[in-house]
Write a protein that binds this ligand. Structure first.
Ligand code: NAX
Length: 326
C-alpha cells in the first residue's frame, strides 16, 4: 500500500537532501511506494515546486505522486509519516523566549492539523530546532494521537558519536553497538559509552581513557554542528537528512537484535526523566513501536550529565507553558 509522507520545510537544505532518499525507497524500504506532501511557507512554495520538478525528473519507480502546499491541513490529511523539518531559526538579537514563541506558531497548528486529519498509524519525527520542545508543542495539540507517535531527532548526534568512537578505536562503525544519546538535542546532550560495546567488549573499558571521554569525545559530539558550520559555511544538511532516514527506518523496521538506538521520545518517567518531557533515551524498536531500554546502571558521571540536559528540557517546557504554547 502507498505510504503518504509529509515533509515540512521542503524547500530548505535538509529537505533537498531528504526528499530524494525518501523517493528512492530508503525511508521505508525498496518495496514501499510513497506519495510525498511538501509543506512550505507561501514565499518558498515556488522553490519547493522546483524540487518537485527534479523529483519528477528522477523517475523514481516508487514515487506515486507529489503535492506541494502551504496549507498544513492539506499537507497532513491522511498522512502516515510526518517529518517536521521546517522551523524558525534563531536570528541575531533573538531571545530564547522569542525563539520558542516563533516555533510555537509553527508547531501548534501543525500538531492540530495532524490531530485533525492524519492517518491512524501516523508517526511524527521533529527535526526542526529546538526539536525536543517543538515535538512537545506539536504533541500537546494532538490529544487524539497516542503520545508515542511524537518523536524528535537525536539520531544525528548518535551517528556522530558512533563516528568519533570508530575513529578513536580504529574499528568500523558496524562493530559499535548500544551507544546512547541522553537528553536534549543541544549542547547539553550526553553521549554515553558506558553501555556501548565495541566488537563485543565494553567501549569504556576498551577506551580506558576517562580524560579523552570527558574532554574530547563529549564536547566533540555536542559541538559537531558548530564545527560543520565553521568548515562548510552552512549547517549540517545531508548528514541530518541521513539521520532522519535512519530514525524512521529503524522505528518502522526495528533495531537489530542485540543493539539499540537513540530517539527523543515522550518520557514515561524512566531514569528519573520527568513524565511528558521529550527526551532522548536508549530505545529498541520492534513491530513498528519503540520501547525505552530499562534497568541500565547509571554511574554518577552519567547521572550528572543526564540531569543537566533534562533540566534544560524542563526549563524549555516551563517557558513554553508560560507562553501558553502547551
Ligand atoms: P533551511 O533554513 O534551509 O530550511 C528550512 C525551511 O523551512 C525553509 O525552506 C523555510 O521556508 C521552511 N519553513 C519555515 N517555517 C515553515 C512552516 N511553518 N511550514 C513549513 N515550512 C516552513 O534549514 P535546514 O538546514 O533545512 O534545517 C531545518 C531545521 O533542522 C532547522 O531548524 C535546523 O536547526 C534543524 N536541524 C536539526 C537537527 C537535529 O539533529 N535535530 C540537525 C540539523 C539541523 O540543524
Amino acid at each position: 500500500m502507498t505510504v503518504n509522507v509529509t515533509v515540512t520545510g521542503a524547500a530548505g537544505q535538509i529537505g533537498y537532501a531528504l526528499l530524494f532518499r525518501i523517493a528512492s525507497g530508503q525511508l521505508l524500504g525498496p518495496d514501499v511506494p510513497v506519495r510525498l506532501r511538501l509543506l512550505e511557507i507561501p514565499a518558498a512554495v515556488k522553490a519547493a515546486e522546483g524540487t518537485a520538478m527534479e523529483l519528477d525528473d528522477s523517475a523514481f519507480p516508487l514515487l506515486e505522486g507529489i503535492d506541494v502546499t502551504d496549507d498544513a491541513k492539506r499537507a497532513f490529511d491522511g498522512t502516515n509519516v510526518a517529518l517536521l523539518v521546517g522551523a524558525r531559526p534563531r536570528t541575531k538579537g533573538m531571545e530564547r523566549g522569542d525563539l520558542l514563541e516563533a516555533n510555537g506558531g509553527i508547531f501548534k497548528p501543525q500538531g492540530e492539523a495532524i490531530n485533525a486529519g492524519a492517518a491512524s498509524d501516523i508517526r511524527v519525527l521533529v527535526v526542526g530546532n529546538p526539536a525536543n520542545t517543538n515535538a512537545l508543542i506539536a504533541r500537546s495539540h494532538a490529544p487524539d494521537v497516542p503520545s508515542d507517535r511524537f518523536t524528535a531527532m537525536t539520531r544525528l548526534d548518535h551517528n556522530r558519536a558512533m563516528a568519533q568512537l570508530s575513529k578513536r578505536l580504529d574499528v568500523p562503525v558496524s562493530q559499535i553497538k548500544k551507544l546512547t544519546i541522553w537528553g536534549n538535542h543541544s549542547a547539553t546532550q550526553y553521549p554515553d559509552v558506558f553501555h556501548a560495546e565495541v566488537g563485543g567488549q565494553n567501549a569504556a573499558q576498551a577506551l580506558n581513557d576517562a580524560e579523552w571521554l570527558r574532554d574530547t569525545f563529549i564536547p566533540t559530539v555536542a559541538k559537531r554542528g558548530a564545527a560543520i558550520i565553521e568548515a562548510r559555511g552552512a549547517s549540517s544538511a545531508a548528514s541530518a537528512a541521513s539521520a532522519a532516514i535512519d530514525h524512521v527506518n529503524t522505528w518502522v523496521n526495528g533495531t537489530p537484535e542485540g543493539d539499540w538506538t537513540s530517539m527523543a521520545v515522550v518520557s514515561d518517567g524512566s531514569y528519573g526523566v520527568p513524565e511528558g518531557l521529550v527526551s532522548s533515551f536508549p530505545v529498541v524498536c520492534k513491530d513498528g513501536a519503540w520501547e525505552i531500554v530499562q534497568d541500565l546502571e547509571i554511574n554518577q558521571f552519567s547521572r550528572d550529565r543526564i540531569d543537566a540536559s533534562v533540566g534544560e528540557l524542563a526549563e524549555e517546557r516551563d517557558a513554553v507553558r508560560n507562553l501558553g504554547l502547551i
